[in-house]
Design a protein around this ligand. Structure first.
Ligand code: DGP
Length: 116
């Protein structure tokens, strides 16, 4: 997967439409096209990073910011008190289907644990 064909890079370039939720100089957040919860937002870095396997300590600030942005999105969507789940799938075994790092922010309904 290169940046030309990566669907999330295409969303970043506004070549593929998405319902944008938040943007700053490092990250973009938008609604998941196949929501599995009443609130289901994806937060992606603007840098094309394939997965958690590719991050280094240089990305510590970015990863922290993704969590901070997730918290703010949860607050704005009013799921911060009822509960929300942050998920980063890493690899095919756990269901990663888009190889541009992304954090799922999901909430608005009860969820089981452990995940399937
Ligand atoms: P994962 O399985 O963790 O790789 O999650 C990928 C998510 O990305 C999946 O929930 C569906 C979402 N997705 C895939 N393509 C698009 C798209 O073109 N637009 C939007 N908004 N979401 C997408």
């Amino acid at each position: 997967m290169n940046q030309k064909t990566c669907v999330f890079c295409r969303i970043l370039r506004r070549e593929v439409p998405a319902k944008l939720v938040y943007e700053n100089d490092q990250v973009l957040a938008f609604e998941d096209v196949n929501p599995v919860a009443p609130v289901h937002v994806l937060i992606i870095p603007k840098e094309h990073i394939g997965s958690i396997n590719e991050i280094s300590p240089l990305h510590d600030g970015l990863m922290g910011q993704m969590v901070t942005v997730a918290k703010e999105i949860a607050r704005k969507q009013n799921i911060h008190e009822t509960g929300f789940r942050l998920v980063i799938n890493n690899g095919v075994d756990v269901g990663q289907s888009v190889f541009h790092l992304h954090m799922h922010v999901m909430g608005g309904r009860a969820m089981a644990w452990p995940p399937g």
